[in-house]
Design a protein around this ligand. Structure first.
Ligand code: ATR
Length: 271
């Protein structure tokens, strides 16, 4: 029987996941479907029965469902527990399992593009859900020093305490760039329709990597400024593509290759 998975969100029309998984389903000639399913946050308690009634074997969760689903799951993998969010649901032997591939997605993209990176110091801007996954991802990758800087300092402090890393005042973020190997923007600044993230990069070492998790636009003002100063850059599309790899494998049984074509197709959708 054809296997069905979907992305659940509110709203969900903007999601690139149906294009991404649809491409792999075709590439590997798999009899499956991947749809977009809009579920109102008020109905989050019913996500699992809704999926079952529609014969889904798996789903991706986007905000705000990622954190709220916890109380409805008895099987949650270690990485999802550590991050405090589930982005993959899989029905196995009649039971729903939750896992998280966001940290994996960021790590895999970083390792692919910058296998030679130094892992002494990273500065993460923001303290929301994405910062949580990336902080965990960088810790597991072995970064020695991780600093979280956020407009609302208490949120950075809270997250930093949770992961035993450091926090810093938003006004001091530029000073924190000294000696950094990696700078990551996880705030919504730079996203289409939002103000740009304007940073003075003069204290960032020349061999540092500048990453943005925003992928619309692909070239954020931050990445453009970093490129102009000849830093290595990583855009947000890579994390989106790599986080989908374990999900596709879990539902459809094939671990997909991340090739240039898949990027091109998604890039075209963003234009
Ligand atoms: P996500 O789960 O995708 O990370 P989020 O939880 O809404 O999204 O987090 C958005 C992040 O962008 C937060 O760190 C937020 O800072 P606050 O905690 O102070 O709200 C940050 N952010 C949003 N708008 C910002 C702005 N104008 N200046 C600085 N940071 C901003």
């Amino acid at each position: 029987m054809s296997k069905k998975a979907c992305v659940i969100g509110w709203p969900v029309q903007h999601s690139l996941s149906p294009v991404l998984h649809g491409y792999w389903l075709k590439q590997y000639d798999i009899d499956g479907q991947y749809n977009a399913l809009e579920i109102n946050p008020e109905d989050y308690g019913n996500i699992l029965p809704i999926l079952e009634s529609k014969n889904y074997v798996g789903a991706n969760l986007t905000l705000p469902h990622k954190e709220k689903i916890f109380q409805h799951l008895t099987h949650i993998d270690e990485e999802a527990k550590a991050i405090g969010a589930v982005n993959i649901l899989k029905l196995k032997d009649g039971q729903w399992h939750g896992s998280n591939s966001d940290a994996y997605g960021f790590r895999a993209h970083l390792l692919k593009e910058c296998p030679d990176m130094k892992k002494q110091k990273a500065l993460i801007l923001g303290a929301g859900g994405a910062a949580r996954a990336i902080t965990y991802g960088l810790k597991t990758l072995g970064f020695k020093q991780i600093i979280l800087s956020n407009r609302t300092l208490e949120k950075a402090q809270h997250l930093a305490n949770h992961f035993s890393v450091e926090s810093s005042d938003w006004n001091a973020k530029e000073n924190q760039m000294q000696g950094c190997d990696l700078l990551v923007n996880t705030t919504s600044l730079g996203m289409k329709g939002q103000a740009p993230l304007v940073l003075d990069l003069s204290q960032l070492p020349a061999n540092a990597i500048v990453a943005d998790i925003v992928y619309n636009p692909l070239q954020t003002p931050l990445l453009q400024a970093a490129k102009n100063k000849h830093f290595r850059t990583l855009d947000g599309l890579g994390m989106l593509i790599y986080q989908a790899v374990p999900a596709f494998e879990a539902w459809f049984g094939v671990r997909p290759e991340v090739d240039e074509n898949v990027r091109k197709i998604l890039e075209a959708k963003l234009c």
